[in-house]
Design a protein around this ligand. Sequence first.
Ligand SMILES: *[C@@H]1O[C@H](CO)[C@@H](O)[C@H](O)[C@H]1NC(C)=O
Ligand SMILES: *[C@@H]1O[C@H](CO)[C@@H](O)[C@H](O)[C@H]1NC(C)=O
Length: 507
Amino acid sequence: MEKQGKTQPQLRTRRPSRLSRSCIILAISLFLFSFMLPSRTSFFQNQEHKSNIAKVQKCAIENLKSDLSFLDAASPIEEYEFLDRRDRLARALVASEADAFILEPGYTFQYYGNISQSDWEPWEPEERPFLMLVLPRISGGVISAKTAFLAPYFEEGRVRMLGIPSREPELEIVIWEEHWDPYSTLIESQLFSGLADRKPKIVIDEEMRDFIARGLANAGFQTQGLTPEVELVRQIKSSTEVEVLRAVNTGTVAAVRAMRPCLVAGLTENEVRDILDASLLSIGFSLFFNIVLFEEDGALPHCGFVVGQKKLTHETMVVIDVGAHYLGYSSDICRRFFIDGAAKPKRACLNFLSFFSDKMGLFKQVPHVETELHAEKLRVWKIVLDAQTAAASQFKPNNSAANVDLAARKVIEEAGYGYGFTHRLGHGIGIKGTIFQLEFNHILTTSPYLNKWNTKVALQPGMTFTNEPGIYLEGKFGVRHEDIYLITENGEAELLTGRRAAGPYSP
Ligand SMILES: *[C@@H]1O[C@H](CO)[C@@H](O)[C@H](O)[C@H]1NC(C)=O
Ligand SMILES: *[C@@H]1O[C@H](CO)[C@@H](O)[C@H](O)[C@H]1NC(C)=O
């Protein structure tokens, strides 16, 4: 004690007593613990959430893979079909009294030329014109296509490596050197030598950039835009195209349908989107676009604000507008639905709550408003489906594009929601959106457009359309059902999405 007594004063000045030391240790422990507690809990919650996502993902893919018969009839477009497209184009050019169709790399080029080099950078439109030309040639009364190209001299080899289908063993390429005018080179080439002194009449593709169109005109070409005959070539689908469109669209709906029963409350919009993306990839589709919105986020047709973090509940109206690619063709479908297990128990619970709150005079409106909103969701879901049915019955040869839109609009207007159907009914669908995915992935639509003033376009067998009426109630929710239809000879449009939605729990 003495010894310690001697040293104690020294110690006291340097460190606290045993008692106060324990106090500090305790305080520090409590302090640390109070920090660790929530972070540990959220760590476990995170782990649990991650394992939930993995379970949902597994379930979605297993469900989808349980029946892949929708892929069976689809096969790649073969070489003869690319050549046939150009022959049909040649006949359309003769009907349009044109000497050539001129296009540059893009969707139309893909349709007629199928650049098949996916290993290197796609041939994007560059400052030096690289053009494809299709010219009608008549021999023995039969019209067929001659295909030629205009390319920079130093790119000739690269053009030959693009794998463009051709009848001739060698592609015919008019080359221009850096110090030449490419357009004069083209008009003076042997391709247009048979026209005597007449100016060549050319149809230029809608994707052609303005400086090239002007360059061609300045060199002496008589240029015009797409004629109805030329547009029709791409609008009428071959049976191979129809089967690929059917496969990719049916498969995309199937992926959404397979995922729905696996979904659980608490997932965010972004998580559901990623799960669906992985499902689509798992069956060999490539990704195109995927919009997942919950509740009021879906009340703008194409969204428009930052979303992704909203959490799924059993009352959520889930909006999925998604497209994928398969064998060069695109899907574009839309489904609205609720997840399982919820509405009935929740409603029973709400009834129970409202019984109590009524008795006690508490929270009177809360459960009431919820139920009314739910009822409106169900009502609007059905009105939009009826509008889609009405439109489908108008998909007949020779009917106008406008009539299809009007049929859907009538149903929605009569139900009192005309103000909420803010866009046209639909658009053509096909090869657009197959290349340049990253840069232009908003471009999917092709003519003809289904809107109420498009009275001049007559529907024809072989055309394919989206049928996508919607009602959008800002601040609440939005409903759109989207399926793909093929116009057929017999007047009964064929569904290319497998089956339509059957109910809010059966998309
Ligand atoms: C078309 O291009 C794809 C790749 O982009 C290729 O796999 C396919 O073989 C090509 N088809 C023909 C007929 O050349
Ligand atoms: C559509 O119109 C064309 C001519 O305008 C006619 O030949 C054809 O029979 C019509 N088709 C139907 C299904 O009415």
